[in-house]
Design a protein around this ligand. Structure first.
Ligand SMILES: Cc1cc2nc3c(=O)[nH]c(=O)nc-3n(C[C@H](O)[C@H](O)[C@H](O)COP(=O)(O)OP(=O)(O)OC[C@H]3O[C@@H](n4cnc5c(N)ncnc54)[C@H](O)[C@@H]3O)c2cc1C
Ligand SMILES: *[C@@H]1O[C@H](CO)[C@@H](O)[C@H](O)[C@H]1NC(C)=O
Ligand SMILES: *[C@@H]1O[C@H](CO)[C@@H](O)[C@H](O)[C@H]1NC(C)=O
Ligand SMILES: *[C@@H]1O[C@H](CO)[C@@H](O)[C@H](O)[C@H]1NC(C)=O
Length: 531
């Protein structure tokens, strides 16, 4: 068998940091001069030249991300009015004797520089949307709902709003909706609905993709299926998603939203697994969260009185948990939701007297994290360093994870558990198509554990070291973690991450992006010597 280039070739180094900084240091009022040294010269007749912007004022926003842990300056930013312009940029790089890196930037909500393009070109995906949203809902003549076609640059909040205008909505969501369709589909897009419907990547019928050669390809399970499955969870390595056709369901109107308190992880996960197995009249959404003795902040969910009660319990046990569930319903079926909830609660073993419910609109429920954002922003607590760690933990190891990570590292000293949200969400692997690129544990049930920390300039490195300690502790204890939104330093680690999927992924890379132009910030096929 002929080995694909990437299995024999060493990592490609794209970085030309010195040349880049030269450009940044010499801004000019004429946008085209000086032409960045790292981009091909003499192209002034190309249409996309007018869409490229240079200089520090332009590139600053594209040199870092939500994580605020990494920084790398691109040579230029492309503001493309159409997908064809992105394809033209990719072809320009692909055919140049000195190819440059290209990163699609969705909403820049990565935390490790995954959407950066040192010395290359960042594509501002939002430009594709222009003044008109690119969200089109297809509803059949008979009123049957089909799907929503959304531009890869669209924010999920806008996909939701437009879908609701037609009485439908996508089925699987992330917790936060100010993320782009292309950005979450390049990872997986997970949340409380995934146990039932799978992650967002399991709810896609068709994609338009621009490959690393600049080809525009429509793909689906039936057509160009290797590209279709490869791009889903493909970390931007095989192509740029410019449109996704997404499954929808009739939109619920209201949500009965509950939080149930537990004093140990075993009871929480036992109940989560029970609920995950209920297919008829079960919860429509299940997540879980860890609370430390610091307790809960003034939240939009708990009343002051309830918060005090919960905080007292947290102080007593040091670590407590809540299971978060949601039941969707239509207004004209409001009485049935009470019965459904009651019969579910009877099966569960939360701390007696510690069940809290709220009733909200569907939009308010899905957009709940945005309410926190609005509160945190003015306090300067949103745009801070985010040393996050997201991992999938197989069910068989969750007890071990509790002892070795949650108890021994995370909550061992109260300062380390400081600010942040710690999520524990159950997943059913049968809802994940194994042909997709995303790596998951080899067990039917696994947990997405999200350590979503907010740090300061002074303490993010300490928290980051703690993340590394968590990973190495699990390695030594043979807990088969898979990182979600993965971050590694070497290709060896990436090979281990993808496991049996690596060879296939590398083959697809050499087929669809043979010069390794796309999303270099993932650092899988390119090494970035960012200074
Ligand atoms: C507050 C917050 C909450 C979050 N909650 C969740 C959650 O509940 N569930 C979850 O799964 N994730 C969650 N995430 C993570 C999120 O899914 C990732 O950050 C993801 O990258 C989406 O962000 P983005 O659209 O800003 O993409 P970017 O950060 O801009 O890009 C991410 C990567 O995808 C590439 N890319 C961007 N657009 C495209 C495209 N159209 N085609 C191909 N590649 C592309 C980029 O080059 C980059 O490598 C959350 C992040 C934040 C900051
Ligand atoms: C860059 O921004 C600064 C500060 O806002 C401004 O003074 C300067 O004129 C800008 N430079 C260019 C080239 O636009
Ligand atoms: C996972 O989902 C499949 C398909 O719906 C189901 O048959 C199976 O029972 C689920 N697993 C668990 C542990 O509930
Ligand atoms: C909660 O809000 C009250 C009143 O606004 C404030 O005094 C208190 O410090 C807040 N508590 C927390 C934990 O933020």
């Amino acid at each position: 068998m002929v080995k694909p280039a990437f299995l024999v070739m060493n990592v490609i180094t794209l970085s030309l940091v010195a040349a880049c900084s030269l450009v940044s240091a010499a801004p000019d009022h004429d946008q085209l001069r000086p032409w960045p040294a790292t981009l091909p010269q003499g192209l002034l007749d190309l249409r996309i030249v007018d869409q490229l912007r240079f200089g520090p004022n332009v590139t600053a926003r594209f040199s870092t991300d939500y994580g605020r842990l990494t920084e790398a300056t691109p040579a230029a930013v492309l503001y493309p009015p159409s997908a064809a312009d992105i394809a033209a940029l990719v072809r320009l790089s692909f055919s140049s004797p000195r190819p440059f890196a290209i990163a699609a930037r969705g909403h820049g909500h990565s935390v490790r520089g995954q959407a950066l393009a040192p010395c290359g070109v960042v594509v501002d995906m939002a430009s594709l949307g222009g003044a008109h949203g690119r969200v089109n809902v297809r509803v059949g003549d008979d009123g049957a709902y089909y799907y929503v076609d959304a531009g890869g640059e669209q924010l999920w909040i806008d996909v939701l709003r437009e879908s609701l205008n037609h009485g439908v909505a996508p089925r699987s969501w992330t917790d936060y909706l100010y993320l782009t369709v292309g950005g979450t589909l390049s990872n997986a897009g997970i949340g409380g609905q995934a146990f039932r419907h799978g992650p967002q990547i399991s709810n896609v019928y068709e994609l338009d993709v621009i490959t690393g050669k600049g080809d525009m390809i429509t793909c689906s399970p039936g057509t160009n299926s290797d590209l279709f499955y490869g791009v889903l969870g493909g970390l931007g390595q095989l192509g740029i998603i410019t449109r996704a056709r997404i499954a929808v369901e009739p939109a619920p109107e209201r949500v009965r939203w509950v939080r149930l308190i537990y004093t140990d992880l075993g009871s929480l996960t036992r109940d989560q697994e029970l609920l995950l197995s209920i297919t008829e009249k079960g919860f429509d959404y299940i997540e879980g969260e860890l609370l430390t003795e610091k307790g809960i902040d003034n939240s939009s969910f708990f009343s002051c009185k309830d918060s005090a009660k919960i905080n007292a319990l947290a102080a007593e046990f040091r670590v407590i948990y809540f299971l978060e569930g949601a039941l969707y319903y239509k207004l004209n079926a409001a009485s049935q939701v009470d019965e459904r909830l009651e019969s579910l609660l009877k099966k569960l073993k939360f701390v007696p007297g510690f069940a809290f419910t709220k009733d909200v609109s569907y939009v308010r429920f899905l957009n709940r994290v945005h309410e926190d954002e609005i509160k945190l922003r003015p306090l300067g607590l949103w745009d801070v360093p985010h040393p996050w760690l997201n991992v999938f933990v197989p069910k068989s190891s969750i007890r071990d994870f509790e002892i070795r990570v949650i108890q021994a590292i995370l909550t061992a000293d109260s300062s380390s558990a400081s600010a942040g949200t710690f999520l524990i969400t159950p997943m059913n692997k049968t809802k994940w198509d194994d042909q997709m690129s995303v790596a998951t544990p080899d067990e039917e049930v696994f947990y997405a554990v999200g350590l979503l920390r907010s740090a300061t300039e002074d303490d993010w490195k300490r928290l980051d070291r703690q993340n590394e300690e968590i990973i190495s502790t699990c390695e030594h204890a043979r807990i088969e973690l898979k990182q979600y939104l993965p971050y590694y330093r070497s290709q060896e680690e990436w090979k281990r991450h993808f496991g049996r999927k690596w060879e296939r992924f590398a083959e697809l890379k050499s087929k669809y992006d043979p010069k390794a132009l796309l999303s270099p910030g993932q650092r899988i096929f390119t090494s970035l010597t960012v200074s």
